[in-house]
Design a protein around this ligand. Structure first.
Ligand SMILES: [Zn+2]
Ligand SMILES: [Zn+2]
Length: 353
């Protein structure tokens, strides 16, 4: 097991050096965090272009069309997307998102392994025990991914179904163009998401490990780095026009990047659909009744709703994007429940979701 663990640790660090985003650490100074964030962004974009080129060559290029790097780049970097007003707000948000991440990573990241070790130290081992080995490593990986997937779905469902939280999450949906550089996300929404994924995910994953007697192992941690990096690069395609599909059969189980393009649609039939996370399970969407399998060639218009596009977009400036959610969220607290409105004979005129 030691030999496997050593091999995994050296392979994962070599993999991380070549492919992975550079790890940010809470104890590093802010300026090097910014440097890392910038390098991460450039690396991610490089991998988007590389994987995107493969998708273009295999699935998008017409039969018989000659191989052309230029045609591939034109497909992957559509000027019509990058010229939009929407992208400007996204880019202005990048440094704020870095600052937000810098503050969040320090306090909220907690792994399932840490939770499992803490639980064992405080409550002793559970009645069950999985001996160290391949099964234990596999279970740790599955539980950790499951915990993060569930926690992220819970955050997303809350953001779409509860008006107060929707006002903060809506900022992500007011983007009218999808591109992999960075899609605006309100700092409050980022905070809540990190809280769910880094704390909630760690607690669910670590709790399952504790209950079933799976001890945290460095091999699983090494493999999770590799898996997490692969997920990260697939997730780049969620916010792009490129259709990254897993194929009909796998997509019945695992959520592919192109389902998220439907999630960003302003059209009524797509609203609040496909809340899952790329690489995660479609099961959560099935259970919540929010799964929408896109039809072949289905077109979408990106935005929060068809009434809030272009000049009617409430987030036309960075200031409005940042400030409006606070006012709108506060307003949701004062809205009266439908039964109260019915009792008073008034009608609700504000838009509720
Ligand atoms: Zn959403
Ligand atoms: Zn999105």
């Amino acid at each position: 097991m030691d030999a496997i663990s050593g091999w995994l640790s050296s392979t994962s660090s070599a993999f991380w050096e070549v492919m992975g985003p550079h790890r940010n650490s809470p104890d590093q100074p802010f300026w090097s965090f910014i440097g890392n964030s910038f390098v991460n962004m450039a690396r991610s974009y490089f991998w988007f272009l590389l994987i995107g080129m493969v998708i273009y060559l295999l699935f998008v290029r017409r039969r018989g069309e000659r191989l052309s790097l230029w045609a591939g780049l034109k497909y992957l970097l559509p000027a019509s997307v990058y010229k939009t007003h929407s992208v400007r707000i996204d880019l202005l948000m990048v440094p704020i998102a870095w600052l937000d991440n810098f503050l969040l990573f320090a306090g909220l990241a907690v792994g399932s392994g840490v939770v499992q070790i803490w639980l064992v130290q405080h409550f002793g081992h559970s009645a069950l025990h999985v001996p160290a080995g391949v099964l234990a490593v596999t279970l740790q990986i599955v539980f950790t991914l499951l915990g993060t997937d569930m926690a992220r779905f819970a955050w997303h469902l809350q953001g779409h179904k509860i008006p107060f939280f929707w006002e903060f999450h809506k900022g992500h949906h007011s983007a009218e163009a999808l591109h992999p550089v960075f899609i605006r996300t309100h700092p409050v929404d980022m905070f809540i998401r990190t809280l769910y994924m880094d704390l909630g995910g760690g607690l669910v994953g670590g709790g399952l490990m504790f209950l079933l007697g799976v001890d945290a192992s460095p091999s699983a941690a090494g493999l999770l780095v590799i898996i997490g990096t692969c997920f990260h690069f697939m997730q780049q395609f969620e916010h792009s026009h490129v259709k990254f599909s897993f194929g009909d059969r796998l997509e019945r189980i695992f959520y592919p990047p192109h389902f998220h393009q439907i999630h960003h649609s302003a059209l009524l039939e797509h609203r609040d659909k496909n809340l899952g996370l790329t690489g995660g399970l479609c099961l959560w969407d099935k259970l919540a009744g929010t799964l929408y399998v896109p039809k072949p060639g289905e077109k979408v218009v990106y935005g929060a709703s068809t009434e809030e596009l272009g000049d009617n977009n409430p987030h036309r400036t960075l200031w409005k994007f940042l400030s409006q959610p606070f006012m709108e969220a506060a307003r949701t607290l004062w809205r009266r429940a439908p039964d109260q409105l019915a009792a008073s004979g008034e009608s609700e005129t504000t838009v509720t979701r």
